[in-house]
Ligand binder design. Structure first.
Ligand SMILES: Cc1cc2nc3c(=O)[nH]c(=O)nc-3n(C[C@H](O)[C@H](O)[C@H](O)COP(=O)(O)OP(=O)(O)OC[C@H]3O[C@@H](n4cnc5c(N)ncnc54)[C@H](O)[C@@H]3O)c2cc1C
Length: 485
């Protein structure tokens, strides 16, 4: 190798989130020297927000009497994606996700529940393994193990370029915490930078939506697509679903724990910017579906129009749909009255005693909104939604005061990324692996089609944690000469 490096390792991991740390721990356990480069001042990435991860035929499921077979899971991924998912990548994940549970438990994780995200969502598989302290704690456990094993972790260090020599990966150029350029040699590089949810330009470029500038990121600010871009520079090719986004309706300025935000995606009445009812609101049971709906509306937003009776119901009886473990389905939204009052005061939520009074505040013709609400109420009273076939949650909007909450597209993650094989090797333009280059987690494509599969909850983080150690094992085999690149 003619390249000059400041320091050399067997394996360099770009990105210190779930996939990168899983990779680093496994590689160090395999006896490799390992460095992790993380551009943020802390580890975790969007993985630190995740509540749980998917596995199939795990011992945690078995001991709870839950049966989700690998066959069933494989079919679910393939059918949900209309077979756009890569069968080999899906199969590798499905086969190995239960081992990830064992590996994380060996690091100290304790799984408290295996659940679904929404009881009312048809066909959801019971795959969501929730560890104590959620995935943020698993990140801490992986970091501790990595440090114990001698992995060198460089924070505030951003990878800028992959170095190739003689057709193989030779290292990485990065900018360190002092802003200095550092050249790090490696026999293999694993890229897990978590996708591009926080890069509006890439959102506009790759996704089918035209609202990239409007999309609100609820995950890590570090997910700016760096890993994809440095892999493209050395010949990686995009996976066909690179533009797939996990969107959700979100109120600007709110977090996923907000009760006003939760009220905004309940399956009650949603109207578009013209004041017209715009969908079957039951899509809110699957926030990914609801996210796609909101992104596709004119102006990419809807107004949730709710009345005092619905607010009382949400406070006293609980919500119809929550947001993962952040707001549980059925949880009583006890903060809602005070939060709403503050939002109205701040001018971010609108309130009026009549629908006609609410309309001008949201830029809608009062006659249109009044007629639309009356029509919707009539459907509710008739018990049959002949407009959008909503079978449940036909709650009329008729007891003022009335509130309007503006819901826009929020994003959790991008999925799809670049083309890999089932050893997590990055595939080049010639259709063959780029020797020494691996991609994991949200940067890697293959598990998803044109939407996120919320009916197999925990897929993204499950894939991140599983693809990480799988990449480490393959890279170890190549470095030790046990398998060919
Ligand atoms: C609110 C929220 C809740 C979620 N809940 C769940 C859930 O319950 N279950 C589930 O399956 N999924 C969930 N997800 C998605 C899940 O967190 C991710 O899909 C997955 O964990 C991503 O892992 P990753 O390693 O690919 O990326 P990340 O965890 O984001 O890690 C990537 C890391 O790379 C770093 N990085 C970026 N560029 C560079 C660079 N140039 N140099 C060095 N480092 C760089 C980033 O700063 C980041 O730390 C959730 C996401 C969010 C936002």
């Amino acid at each position: 190798m003619s390249e000059k490096f400041d320091v050399e390792y067997d394996l360099v991991v770009v990105g210190g989130g779930g996939s990168g740390l899983s990779c680093a721990v496994q590689a160090a356990q395999n006896g490799l020297t390992v460095a992790v480069l993380e551009k943020m001042p802390q580890l975790g990435g969007s993985s630190a927000f995740a509540e749980g991860h998917a596995a199939f035929e795990s011992d945690e499921q078995t001991k709870r009497g839950i049966t989700v077979t690998k066959d069933e899971a494989f079919r679910a991924y393939m059918d949900y994606s209309h077979w756009r998912a890569d069968a080999a990548v899906v199969s590798k994940f499905v086969e190995n996700a239960a081992t990830t549970i064992v590996k994380m438990r060996e690091l100290g994780a304790v799984y408290e529940e295996v659940i679904v995200t929404a009881e009312d969502q048809p066909g959801e598989l019971v795959t969501w393994h929730i560890p104590h302290g959620e995935v943020a704690h698993v990140i801490e456990l992986m970091e501790a193990k990595a440090r114990e094993l001698g992995v060198e972790i460089f924070l505030s260090t951003s990878a800028k370029q992959i170095v190739m020599a003689d057709g193989k990966v030779a290292g990485v150029v990065a900018t360190d915490a002092d802003g200095e350029q550092v050249r790090i040699g490696a026999k293999a590089v694993v890229v897990g930078t978590g996708g591009y949810a926080c890069n509006p330009e890439m959102l506009n470029k790759f996704s089918s939506w035209d609202c990239g500038d409007q999309i609100i990121n609820v995950g890590s600010p570090g997910n700016t697509g760096d890993g994809l871009n440095i892999m493209f520079e050395v010949g990686a090719v995009p996976w066909s679903s690179i533009g797939t986004l996990l969107l959700m309706p979100l109120m600007r300025g709110k977090t996923v724990t907000s009760h006003t935000n939760t009220a905004g995606f309940q399956p009650y009445l949603w109207v578009n910017r013209d004041g017209e009812r715009c969908t079957n609101e039951i899509c809110g049971l699957n926030f990914g579906n609801a996210g796609d709906v909101v992104a596709g509306l004119p102006g990419s937003f809807y107004w949730a129009v709710i009345d005092q009776a619905q607010i009382d119901h949400l406070v006293n009886d609980g919500c119809e749909i929550g947001l993962g473990v952040y707001v549980r389905t059925g949880e009583k939204l006890v903060n809602l009255p005070a939060e709403l009052a503050a939002d109205v005061e701040a001018g971010t939520v609108f309130r009026a005693d009549t629908i006609a009074g609410l309309a001008p505040q949201i830029g809608v013709d009062p006659t249109v909104l009044t007629a639309e609400v009356e029509r919707y109420n009539a459907l509710c009273h008739a018990g049959e939604d002949t407009e959008f076939h909503k079978e449940k949650y036909l709650l009329p909007v008729e007891h003022g005061p009335y509130f309007a909450i503006k819901m826009e597209p929020g994003i959790m993650i991008t999925m799809g990324g670049i083309k890999i094989n089932d050893d997590m090797q990055v595939i080049g333009k010639d259709g063959h692996p780029i020797p020494g280059l691996y991609s994991v987690g949200c940067d890697a494509g293959g598990l998803f089609g044109d939407s996120y599969i919320l009916t197999v909850p925990g897929s993204a983080n499950g894939f991140a944690l599983t693809s990480g150690w799988l990449a480490a094992d393959h890279a170890t085999g190549v470095i030790k000469g046990l398998v060919t690149a």
